[in-house]
Each structure stands twice: as C-alpha cells, then as structure tokens.
Design a protein around this ligand. Structure first.
Ligand code: KG4
Ligand code: ZN
Length: 339
C-alpha cells in the first residue's frame, strides 16, 4: 500500500511516499530555518505562509522522487494534531483537497505518534509493545506503546519540553536557532561537570518531568556572568546543561523500565538527535540488557516519512477521516480521535 504523507505541524513542509508503513520511496522536506533564524525561533504566521507557498512543489517533488504519480497512491495521510494551528491547517486542507479530487482515503495522524513511527522506518523488525521516550520541541512524554495505535501515557512534562529548555538555554548562550541542534554541535565536547543545575522535584508522579527550574537556573547563571562582564563560558555551560537535561530524561526512563519490565526502549522526536542523550540512553539500555531503538538522524526532526509510516498503521486499524477533518492545536497521544 502506497501512502502519500504530508507534514506541516511546525516549520518544516514535508511530503513523502511510504510503502506498507516501512519503506520510504521518497521524503522531501522544505526547511524554513533561514526564514526564522533572524527571530531566534519559529514565527507562527511566517510558518503558515511558507507552508502555503511550498506545499504544492514539495508534494509534486515527493511523487517525482518516488517515481510514481497520484494514480499509484492508495491513501493520503496528514499530520492533523498537535502543532501550530495555522501551520497544521495548510497541510490538512491540502490533504483534504487531494483526497476529495482523487477519491482516496484520508488518514489523520497524531504528530507524536508519527515521531515514534520514525523508528519503524529505521528498524524494520521493531514491533510494539515497547516503552517510548518522546522528546521534541513542544513535548516530553514517556509512553507505553501497547500496540501501533494503542498508547498509555506514563509521564509527561509539567512545564517546558526538553527541546524548549534546550532552545531557551542556547538562545541565552547566543547560539542561533535551532538552539538544541546548535548547542549539541558547539558544546558536545565541553566539561559536563563544570556547572550544576538544580535537579527538578516533581510531586505526585515519579514519571513526570519538569525543566523550568533548570531553565531559570541557566538563565540566572548567564545573567550573572554578563553583569560581572565575564566571558560567557558557552562550551562548558552548554555541555553541563545537556548533561543535566539528559540525566533527568534517563532517570525517569529507568523508572519506567523498572515498572513496566519492558525489554525494548524507543526514543523519538527532534531531541532524540542529541549526541549526549543518544550516548547516555545507549549506556542505560546496555546496563539493563534491553534493546534500544533510535531513529536515524534524518528522521529525528519533523518529516513526512514518519507520517506515512504511522498513517499505514492508523489505516489498518480503521482510523480514517471524512472531509470534515480539522487541525487541532493540542491533543493527547492516547486519545487521538479526529472528526
Ligand atoms: O520534533 P521536532 O523536530 O519538532 C517538534 O515537534 O517540536 O523537535 C524540535 C526540537 C527543537 O527544540 C530543537 O532544538 C531540538 O528538537 N533538536 C535538538 C537537536 N536537534 C534538534 N536538541 C538537541 N540536540 C540536537 N541535536
Ligand atoms: Zn516534531
């Protein structure tokens, strides 16, 4: 089954053709980084307008690169939630138009489910059940993936997402957008023990995260250095901060592995590209003697191939949508019900 998939939840316009949920025939991403870099972050209205301008060309290119055309496409999948609403609506409406004009089924896909599914592409043997740590710009979740479309949220962030916390710290360090990626590039070899940040205390759930305290602490540290006219120790602050964020992610993940006795761990989302996290989580899995699945770097960030992968499993579970489909800015991964 060939799925044409579309992704426009944030600042990347993506289209892909994916066969049977696992084989990527094409994957085109039009990045908007040069548009947003001068603002230090994503400007939602600019993102929507750029999606609007590029989506036709990106979809056309995805079909061409897959050496196929619409007659060989069996269904259209699209990210319908969560995300920037104006950005989501561009993809959703384009997919609705295609579905209607071509008389093909329309499959709405939850963005975080698709991040998890990036691992189905990179690891064709991977099957649920497993525990997933999803770390993106907007979300940090620990999830029990019971089946391809059956999720139980174990823990989530109470405030900032891991990516947001990295982006904010990177911005304070004067690193360009996208902050997390540039912090990784600039600081990965710094002294990870030079600076300490407060370990978050989260009452009520041993699996929930909190990053706002650490974020405030790094901001205060940098302000302090600025006030004393000290040179900002970018490399070592960044290294210590990434280490601290990673430590929190690993501790909660370890608690989830202990409770659920899972023999498989999956990581997913933009922050799963982080070199410190990848190396620490690998050690954690080796220590626990469990299998680790990480997406290839090219599938960590937002892309449409992962939407095609999850779209396939949504389709075979009967999760299709009518032409009343709307974008939804905020929607839980475990109750991804669309109109
Ligand atoms: O999943 P994603 O592409 O978009 C959302 O769904 O939010 O994640 C974007 C986030 C940003 O916060 C970005 O800074 C972060 O992923 N990111 C990284 C790295 N690459 C991207 N964070 C740390 N290290 C990286 N190598
Ligand atoms: Zn994402």
């Amino acid at each position: 089954m060939n799925i044409l998939a579309i992704e426009s939840s944030c600042d990347d316009t993506g289209a892909a053709v994916v066969k049977d949920g696992r084989e990527v025939l094409s994957n085109i991403v039009a990045s908007q980084v040069p548009e947003h870099i001068i603002y230090g972050g994503v400007v939602p209205e600019i993102a929507s307008r750029r999606h609007c301008e590029s989506i036709y060309a990106v979809v056309k290119e995805a079909l061409k690169a897959a050496k196929t055309d619409l007659s060989e496409i069996d269904a259209v999948a699209v990210t319908a939630a969560p995300g920037l609403i104006g950005a989501l609506l561009v993809g959703v409406n384009f997919a609705k138009g295609l579905s209607y004009a071509q008389n093909k089924p329309l499959i709405p896909v939850h963005h975080l489910r698709s991040h998890v599914a990036s691992n189905y592409i990179s690891h064709t043997d991977l099957k649920p059940p497993f525990i997933a740590l999803i770390v993106s710009g907007g979300h940090t979740h620990l999830v029990n993936v019971k089946n391809y479309t059956d999720y139980e949220v174990i823990g989530r962030t109470r405030d900032d997402a891991a990516g947001e916390a990295m982006d904010k710290a990177a911005r304070m360090l004067g690193l360009p957008y996208p902050g997390g990626l540039n912090m990784d590039k600039t600081c990965a070899f710094g002294d990870k023990n030079k600076y300490k940040f407060p370990k978050p205390r989260v009452d009520g759930s041993e699996f929930d995260f909190s990053f706002s305290g650490m974020k405030t602490s790094v901001i205060n540290l940098i302000h302090n250095m600025q006030q004393k006219n000290e040179e900002i120790d970018i490399e070592n602050i960044g290294a210590s901060y990434m280490h601290c964020v990673t430590k929190v992610l690993c501790e909660k993940t370890q608690a989830a592995i202990n409770k659920y006795k899972s023999d498989k761990l999956v990581i997913a989302g933009g922050v799963s590209a982080n070199s410190v996290l990848r190396s620490e989580i690998k050690s954690l899995c080796e220590k626990n003697k469990i299998s680790l699945y990480m997406p290839e770097l090219k599938y960590c960030g937002d892309n449409a191939a992962m939407v095609g992968a999850q779209g396939y499993y949504e389709f075979i579970s009967g999760n299709k949508s009518g032409l009343k489909l709307n974008g939804i800015a905020s929607l839980d991964i475990d109750s991804a019900v669309f109109g």
